[in-house]
Design a protein around this ligand. Structure first.
Ligand code: KPL
Length: 311
């Protein structure tokens, strides 16, 4: 028998910067949430009380009590926020499938595209919601997160024909997430920017702002914008306002001192999300017969770096 509290609790999968920041947001607004931690099936009973520390945008410290439980615990899951890396998404959810209610809501907040559709095919009964954010955060140590940039967060349904429960919409509204009728357009817009900034900063081992300051990088940025935009336009997912280069210029200027997530992945010798960013774009380019030679070359350069890392 589950209490109402458990039914309305958000389980969070993925304890990187965004997952930890979202746990802090839920707790700040007294919305019940639990972190899911990886364990062996033998440690399935593990429920741990922890402290989550948030360093806010104003540099003030906040501390919250948080419960973390093993993915192999028994309780049913009604709401889950998935903030893993895109390439971990499917494998991370698999052990949780027996715990998901038929009417569960799965909110996916991560970079890249393709994994959401795969998950929807895998879980046809559950409702898949997509989310996107321009907020920025940095993990300082496990469960210690610094909120480094404010931004806009939105969510919407993968399948436009289904309704989102008003109760979920209300909870997400409390943490400042706006409901979007066309969330796919938001994700495509973010993907397009990520297709340019992320791999170029990773290959050239530089901060986002350098893409605009170095003439050689600026020219590559412009070329890649043209290729990416040719695909999004052919797919009828045009970039709003003045076009992709303008959007990239705005994001790279606002985050000029930051390193992109892909640069960080290469720097810390992790896998990158290239298959779900530029790889996803290339799949559509190939299907539509749109030549994207620079995008193709960039994918193989990133794959090389994944094997060899920075010297
Ligand atoms: O989303 C980003 C990332 O680093 O993943 C930005 C900073 C916007 C660069 O594309």
């Amino acid at each position: 028998m589950h209490t109402n509290n458990t039914e309305q609790a958000w389980y969070i999968l993925g304890t990187g910067a965004i997952g930890t920041l979202w746990a802090a947001k839920f707790l700040q607004h007294s919305i019940p949430c639990r972190l899911l931690h990886r364990s062996t099936p033998e440690q399935s009973g593990d429920v741990i009380s922890r402290k989550l520390n948030l360093i806010g945008l104003d540099d003030h410290q906040h501390s919250y009590d948080l419960v973390s439980e093993s993915i192999y615990c028994n309780g049913e899951i009604n709401r889950i926020l998935v903030c893993t890396k895109s390439y971990q998404c499917i494998a991370a959810i698999e052990p949780l499938i027996p715990r998901l209610c038929d009417a569960a809501t799965i909110l996916i907040l991560q970079n890249g595209m393709g994994q959401q559709q795969e998950l929807a095919r895998m879980l046809p009964k559950q409702q898949i919601l997509l989310a996107s954010t321009t907020e920025a955060a940095m993990i300082k140590s496990p469960l210690e997160v610094k909120h480094t940039g404010s931004g806009i967060s939105s969510f919407g349904c993968l399948d436009h024909s289904t309704q989102i429960s008003p109760d979920i919409t209300a909870q997400l509204k409390r943490i400042n997430m706006q409901q979007e009728q066309n969330i796919e357009a938001v994700l495509w817009s973010k993907l397009s920017v990520n297709c340019v900034i992320n791999p170029l900063t990773a290959i050239h081992n530089c901060r986002n702002g350098q893409l605009l300051q170095n003439p050689k990088l600026l020219s590559l940025t412009q070329q890649l914008c043209t290729e990416v935009e040719a695909v999004t336009t052919a797919m009828d997912k045009p970039i709003k306002a003045a076009g992709l280069f303008d959007k990239v210029r705005i994001v790279a200027t606002a985050t000029s001192q930051n390193y992109s997530s892909m640069q960080q992945d290469i720097q810390y010798e992790r896998n990158t999300e290239i298959d779900f960013i530029n790889g996803y774009l290339q799949q559509h380019a190939d299907r539509l017969n749109i030549p994207c030679p620079l995008n193709r070359q960039i994918i193989s350069q990133i794959k090389q770096l994944e094997l060899s890392h920075y010297p």
